[in-house]
Design a protein around this ligand. Structure first.
Ligand SMILES: [Zn+2]
Length: 87
């Protein structure tokens, strides 16, 4: 299943509830460049759906090198015949 980055609005304004089941939060460590793919249901276990993602981005910790500063994130969305881009 191919994924492509999506922009859902201004970064500080994107809330957890805007993520759909075909989205994944990609968190990248600036120190060791490892990327983590986090499914929305994992985030919803921990944070309220109305919280902006940027508001808890400071909680992200790299499990490989322990870095917890400036962890960057983006949202990738599954695309394909079963997920039309227009949907
Ligand atoms: Zn790291």
């Amino acid at each position: 299943m191919p994924y492509e980055p999506v922009t859902l609005g201004f970064k500080f304004a994107i809330r957890l509830k805007q993520l759909t089941a075909r989205d994944v939060l990609v968190v990248t460590c600036p120190a060791c460049h490892k990327s983590y793919y986090v499914a929305p249901h994992i985030l919803l276990e921990r944070y309220h759906e109305h919280r902006p993602i940027e508001s808890f981005a400071s909680d992200f910790v790299c499990k490989r090198c322990g870095n917890r500063h400036d962890m960057s994130w983006r949202i990738d969305r599954a695309v394909g015949p079963e997920f039309p881009r227009s949907a």
